[in-house]
Design a protein around this ligand. Structure first.
Ligand SMILES: Cc1cc2nc3c(=O)[nH]c(=O)nc-3n(C[C@H](O)[C@H](O)[C@H](O)COP(=O)(O)OP(=O)(O)OC[C@H]3O[C@@H](n4cnc5c(N)ncnc54)[C@H](O)[C@@H]3O)c2cc1C
Length: 414
């Protein structure tokens, strides 16, 4: 009998799963269902579109013919509203029922809204889809001023869009510095200076109490918890992601701030797999459950899920992620899990060069590099090979660090 696979979500996790399913199961029935009106595009590049630096065409990865050529049934503009694990079916918002032998949930997330007055006013933007990027670009090109909220990797995208579009912005942050969980103030100051040079002013110990609107309901000002008023007709918010798990709510499927999967991307429900941003996966490198919101990780999880949907336990997920941004005149990269260390070492190497490495249980688990990204390969090798660093934590800060700089810990103890 022909096997049937249903994939919910055509982001990078769902799409790479569909690609692998077709490669490894040439006769299978494959259906990909997505709420969005367009097939897979490069979510990483939509910020470059919003900056005005790229046209639409290079953002797209697959057009509809890609699915037709592979005999994959792509359903655009279709929301899966229900999963029946006993009947092995999913239902769509149009009332259609589609059967599956194996199901992949790759539904990603939706940006979190601020729970304050007027947070849905006209002129307030969140940033996840290509359509969001189109709306942002259209608005920012005509905006006089902007306010950005959210001191993380997506917030800085919004700040950089303002800088590139030459719109002066206030960037409101809750703590003392940008991405305070992964950077020290010293490292963050490099980012703050780069923002200031582009007309984006970081405002610390701030946030949002509420928004004020004009008579037409368009945002006029952001009022922070200190009572300060930041006038702007454009507001961009990036304070986190809510995983798209509504359709799992009534199911007996383990969740723990994300859908729990093992290293084979299996959920606790028979024949139901999950991949991408929404998972809490068993990290075979860390030896514990972890989360990661990045393109490369989501792609690999989709591929691994597909392999295990076809042949159980055929391939385990093992991945060192990285996330780089290119907004300023120096490169920036975070890798692994830069905020879960029990120990951190950091150093500056000049005006625009800085590094911080996170260590847990004597092993490198992640870090951030600003300026020179070359040492990343050494750190990633240490992570992949699970090499203990013992008391050589300062060696990790060698300017031209390579994995070989770390002496075997046994040898060192003799
Ligand atoms: C602006 C921006 C910049 C980024 N920059 C970087 C970067 O530089 N580097 C990096 O590594 N990562 C970056 N990321 C993160 C990266 O894009 C994500 O980690 C990755 O795209 C997650 O892929 P996914 O397939 O898990 O989820 P998604 O891409 O979110 O895809 C999920 C899909 O499922 C659909 N869906 C949800 N619910 C349903 C339903 N019920 N029925 C049908 N369809 C449904 C959604 O509409 C969506 O299309 C960025 C993200 C954004 C938004």
């Amino acid at each position: 009998m022909t096997a049937s696979y249903v994939v919910i979500g055509d982001g990078i996790a769902g799409s790479s799963a569909a690609e692998t399913l077709r490669e490894e199961a040439p006769d299978a029935e494959i259906t990909v269902i997505t709420e969005e009106g367009e097939a897979l595009y490069n979510r990483i590049l939509i910020k470059e579109y919003a900056k005005g630096k790229l046209p639409e065409a290079p953002i797209s990865i697959h057009d509809e013919s890609w699915y037709v050529d592979r005999d994959i049934d792509l359903r655009l503009n279709t929301v899966v509203t229900n999963i029946d694990p006993d009947g092995h079916t999913v239902s769509t918002h149009e009332g259609e029922t589609i059967g599956y032998d194996k199901l992949l949930v790759a539904t990603g997330g939706t940006p979190t809204q601020l729970p304050v007055d007027n947070s849905d006013a006209d002129g307030i933007h969140h940033f996840w889809t290509f359509q969001d990027a189109r709306n942002i670009r259209e608005h920012i090109e005509d905006a006089d001023s902007a306010t950005i909220v959210g001191a993380g990797l997506l917030g800085v995208d919004l700040a950089a869009i303002c800088g590139e579009q030459e719109v002066e912005a206030n960037y409101l942050m809750r703590g003392d510095c940008w991405w305070r969980y992964a950077l020290t103030e010293e490292g963050a100051e490099i980012m703050h200076d780069a923002m200031r040079e582009r007309g984006v002013t970081p405002v610390f110990q701030s946030g949002v109490d509420h928004f004020e609107t004009d008579d037409e309901g368009h945002v006029e000002a952001t009022i922070d918890p200190n009572g300060e008023r930041f006038e702007s007709d454009f507001v961009g918010i990036a304070i986190g992601l809510n995983f798209n798990v509504e359709l799992l709510q009534d199911l007996d499927i383990e969740q723990d701030d994300g859908v729990v999967v093992d290293e084979y991307m299996r959920t606790s429900l028979d024949d139901v797999f999950a991949a991408g941003d929404l998972t809490r996966y068993y990290d075979t490198i860390l030896g514990e459950y972890a989360q990661n919101g990045s393109w490369g990780s989501a792609k690999e999880q989709g591929t691994i899920a597909a392999k295990n949907m076809i042949t159980p336990e055929s391939d385990a997920f093992r991945w060192v992620s990285s996330y780089s941004i290119t907004h300023f005149d120096f490169p920036f990269l975070s890798f692994g899990h830069p905020t879960i260390g029990d120990e951190y070492v950091s150093r500056s190497y000049g005006d625009n060069e800085w590094r911080r490495v996170a260590i847990k249980d004597g092993k490198v688990v992640g870090g951030v590099l600003i300026g020179d990204l070359a040492p990343q390969s050494g750190y990633k090798e240490l992570m992949r090979e699970e090499i203990p660093v013992g008391d050589q934590t300062e060696t990790l800060l060698n300017e031209e660090f390579e994995a070989d700089d770390i002496a075997p810990v046994q040898e060192q103890q003799q």
